[in-house]
Design a binder for this molecule. Structure first.
Ligand code: ATP
Length: 229
């Protein structure tokens, strides 16, 4: 579904992403793990069109989307969930969700998706008329309102209490089981590897390791560096 080929990304003189290639097969959960500053967010932002790569290609369902504007990419079915604090804080939960569907005009489909999202996230239903709240879940719900085929998630567990982290990972699994392909960026490597099919390890802007999630979870190098021994 997605093939990133040899991309390089610079912030001025800083070479943040170095010759990165990765693949996300249709229907799978692929995770990108790595420590702070490794370049995980930059990789996601480049795929979703917020940053332009200096070179390389990003093939989404047979089209090169590298350098295309972000709204065009969303319209093609690829949506990034930013960290939870990027929801619209002065709008209600419901208004935030409605905005997620701003490129769609199929009213019945939008209503149907809104119901599905409230089923998946009962916490959002309880707060649908409140100003914002449950920000991480709201950010995910809002992205789902664009009916994406590929969902990019940037550290969905960040800042959440352990119980909520479990809940979020269960929901990611459910979203995937109902047909959405997922590229998941996480610092919580344990949780990410437990739900992913494939995984990549990013170190200082380069892919250091790649394999099935099982292979990486049992690799000694990964255990030592990212799984607490
Ligand atoms: P984190 O989990 O801390 O967000 P990350 O793996 O997502 O880390 P990035 O945020 O992609 O890493 O950062 C990769 C590198 O690029 C880092 O060295 C960072 O300092 C640098 N960087 C990120 N954003 C910018 C920017 N807007 N301007 C300049 N340098 C940046």
């Amino acid at each position: 579904m997605l093939k990133v080929n040899n991309i390089d990304v610079y912030y001025g003189a800083i070479h943040a992403i170095k010759d990165v290639s990765l693949e996300v097969p249709d229907g799978e959960i692929v995770t990108l793990i790595g420590s702070n500053g490794a370049g995980k967010s930059t990789t996601l932002h480049t795929i979703s069109g917020l940053i332009k790569p200096k070179n390389g290609s990003i093939i989404f369902e047979d089209k090169d989307i590298a350098g295309m504007p972000a709204h065009k990419i969303v319209g093609m079915g690829l949506c990034q969930v930013p960290e939870g604090r990027h929801v619209f804080a002065n709008m209600t939960v419901m208004e935030n969700l409605e905005l997620g569907a701003y490129l769609r005009s199929d009213k019945a489909g939008i209503e149907e998706d809104m119901k599905k999202i409230f089923d998946k996230f009962p916490r959002l239903l309880e707060r649908k008329n409140q100003i914002s709240g449950e920000q991480q879940m709201l950010a995910m719900g809002r992205a789902l309102m664009s009916r994406p085929r590929l969902l990019l998630l940037d550290e969905p567990s960040m800042g959440l209490a352990p119980l909520l982290v479990k809940e979020i990972f269960n929901i990611i699994k459910e979203i995937n089981e109902s047909g959405t392909t997922v590229l998941l960026v996480e610092q919580n490597a344990n949780m990410a590897l437990s739900i992913a099919d494939k995984a990549y390890v990013l170190e200082t802007g380069r892919i250091a390791l790649a394999g099935t999630a099982q292979e990486l979870a049992s690799s000694e190098a990964v255990r030592k560096a990212y799984l607490g021994g």
